[in-house]
Design a protein around this ligand. Structure first.
Ligand SMILES: [Zn+2]
Length: 507
């Protein structure tokens, strides 16, 4: 008799229901899996046979056929081991179970123990959406699965424990674990003498604006970038679920962890491979730009990254997603990150330094500038020069604000934005579309003329004009003002201070 159970497969970032059917047909003993399994699923056969025998059951020598339906998407990974094994045991009448009531996933070891699988949280979410209310998962995935409300989770350590869950009245798992808020050890209070850049970082973070710091070596640009992590507010529940889904899908969620509640901070090196940053690979996996979703993507030495890579970042910077095309199909991953970049203003770094002389030739400056001004600069909302400051001054922390205080202001400012954009598919000023800019960034006629004239004088593009309005909105929100005033515009304009063309660089 045919035996059936429900499991789940992963396609891109989404989990899909998969019906696992087991039957035997005439013929010599065998084991065939159909329904578009890839090689990793086919490897399941030996694990399943060994796990069944080592759990005290028999693996009757018959000709098994396993069907994974629907056949339209490729089944990857080891998550079908458990449902196939259980269906075989039910089919061969070795348990008291006749129909299998709960969906399940899990990889089997040869001895019958269950190993964690990736993307359990996406699977739980799909089951919840499809009105299932029970789910059997490997023990090490229990917190992740239990992060979704209103579905009962049954963690199991082995094949035998799963049989026990299915045949006795087992209580569901009730403990939830949230990652405790871990902040990077650099506190803003330990960075003295950089008040301008700290304010710029606060505005950028409050409104989710892309942020570029440029300055000579040793000015503390990467230290400031790392300190920004400490002023990011905790993720909302929805953001935490989205972030955890991506990290679990990429296989970087530590075992036994629950929801990620701290915004991610990712800083890939400029020598990292294109796939590791953008995502992709034979079995598609999210890259750094998706792992930084709802957090920060920090590109130190921005000009050292390949031009092609920076070009690829245009789509996520505009749309908040990245589309990855492979032979097996197209996957779309979320990639709504705040870009924080740092670079030298010229090859040697000292072009604007009052004390150290720049050793670059005009040709070197021209070629370097084309790298900064290329694909990225139009998508940066806030640019800020970071001057070199004597080390003693940099670490003298008298009278400066602690990260926790700044974080409180940013959290309040973000609440205003979350309320403003509650019916949108974005949440922050930095992500506003032009229609919303027109609605929420209205200026008096006098201020509008002032901004238009200033933009022309500063040779800013039309795109930059809208970016300034978005930043001015955030500054007004930090100021708890409904209307954008001239002082907000002036501050926003001051964050467009990278010379707009190469000649201005030389003057
Ligand atoms: Zn130079």
């Amino acid at each position: 008799m045919l035996s059936k159970t429900i499991s789940l497969g992963i396609n891109g970032i989404d989990a899909h229901l998969v019906e696992v059917e087991v039957d035997t047909v005439r013929g010599l003993p065998g084991f065939t899996i159909v329904g578009l399994p890839d090689s990793s699923v086919k490897e399941a056969k030996d694990r399943i046979r060994s796990a069944i025998e080592n759990s005290g059951f028999l693996f009757p020598p018959k000709n098994y056929i396993v069907n994974l339906a629907p056949a339209e998407f490729k089944k990857q990974g080891s998550n079908f081991d458990l449902p196939i094994a259980i269906a075989i045991l039910v089919h061969s009448g070795q348990t008291d179970i006749h129909t299998i009531p709960y969906p399940m996933v899990g990889e089997l070891s040869l001895d019958g123990t269950l190993r964690a699988v990736q993307s359990t949280i996406s699977m739980t979410l799909t089951l919840h959406k499809k009105k299932f209310d029970h789910f059997i998962v490997p023990y090490d995935n229990r917190y992740e699965a239990n992060a979704i409300d209103n579905i009962k989770i049954y963690p199991a350590k082995s094949l035998n424990e799963v049989i026990k869950i299915l045949t006795t009245n087992t209580k569901p798992f009730t403990d939830t674990r949230q990652e405790t808020q871990k902040y990077f050890s650099i506190d803003f209070s330990t960075i003295a003498g950089q008040e301008g850049i700290k304010r710029a970082a606060e505005v950028a973070t409050a409104g989710y604006h892309n942020f570029l710091m440029y300055g000579p070596p040793g000015s503390g640009k990467s230290m400031i970038a790392k300190a920004i992590q400490g002023i990011l507010p905790k993720l909302t529940k929805n953001q935490a679920i989205e972030t955890t889904i991506i990290h679990s899908n990429a296989g970087v969620l530590p075992i036994n962890s629950g929801l990620i509640t701290t915004p991610p901070f990712r800083s890939p090196h400029h020598t990292s491979s294109h796939i590791s940053i953008v995502g992709g690979g034979r079995i598609a996996s999210p890259g750094e730009i998706s792992l930084s979703h709802n957090g920060i993507l920090f590109l130190d030495e921005l000009t050292e990254f390949q031009g092609f890579l920076l070009q690829t970042m245009r789509q996520p910077l505009e749309d908040g997603v990245i589309t990855i095309s492979r032979a097996a199909g197209t996957s779309v991953y979320p990639a709504k990150f705040m870009l924080v970049g740092a670079c030298n203003p010229c090859r040697c770094g000292y072009i604007f330094d009052p004390e150290i002389e720049c050793t670059c030739t005009n040709a070197m400056i021209r070629s370097y500038y084309s790298k900064i001004s290329g694909p990225i600069i139009d998508r940066i909302d806030i640019e800020h020069y970071v001057p070199r400051i004597a080390y003693e001054k940099l670490t003298n922390n008298s009278g400066t604000e602690a990260s926790a205080t700044i974080r409180e202001r940013i959290t309040e400012c973000r609440l205003i934005q979350l309320e403003r954009f509650k019916n949108r598919n974005y949440s922050f000023n930095g992500q506003m579309d032009t229609e919303d800019v027109r609605k929420y960034c209205q200026l008096s006629i006098e201020d509008e003329n002032f901004l238009i004239n200033s933009s022309q004088k500063m040779r800013l593009s039309a795109r930059s004009y809208f970016r300034i309005l978005r930043v001015a909105r955030t500054i007004a929100d930090l100021d708890k003002k409904e209307d954008i005033k001239k002082n907000h515009i002036l501050e926003a304009l001051s964050y467009k201070n990278l010379p707009r063309n190469y000649e201005m660089f030389l003057s």
